[in-house]
Design a protein. Sequence first.
Length: 243
Amino acid sequence: MLTLRKAAAEANIATMAAYCARHDLDFAPHAKTTMAPGLLAAQFAAGAWGMTVATPNQALVLRRLGVDRIQIANEVLDPTALRWLANEDAEIYFQADSVAGVEVARGVGGRLRVFAELGHAGGRTGVRTLDELDEVARAINDADNLEFAGVTAYEGQLADQPAVDDFLDLLVAGVSRLRAAGLLPPGARVSAGGSAWFDRVVARLAALPRDIRLILRSGASVTHDDGFYADRTPFRRVPQEGP
């Protein structure tokens, strides 16, 4: 039987909520870490802005649990899933890292909210250059049924802090370039942050324009006391920020 110490989980949720409030971040923790209704509710009660999932199926589960603001941290190409998203009475976002992917969403009709995704060499997803990011952003803006929500990235697969910082600086440059070109709409957001480097996300993305909100997606913050994150949690690097 898997058990969870309630006091420890509540303390972790409170620590992360206080961290996001202190740095003025919107928090959409990755719900696939637990998919547990009680823990999701506790994170919302602590001030979470939304929840992140990996797939449309997980988004469907969260909708049935009553979650009405969800980010799917992947591109969605399944027409059935896209039609559901277009007709769902909720604030659901997904990502695009190719013009071809944008065209699939464009062909479905209905209103869809899309982030352009920047990736890095060897990463799982995301465009690799700022020119490609520009192309995807323009394709989203040109589609009548798509709302360009902003730019997203994931730094969690990178091995060390210099590589993370370089990638996050590229993200800032990409967002600034889209803003200068008039492609980034008012109220746009930037979404980033795994559970290993969110301190670097906060530090490097402080250079973003003040009117752009940062969504932090770190999900392994409820139950990460043992194992991988006991060593990799940013709170080991910045212990003054939380236990």
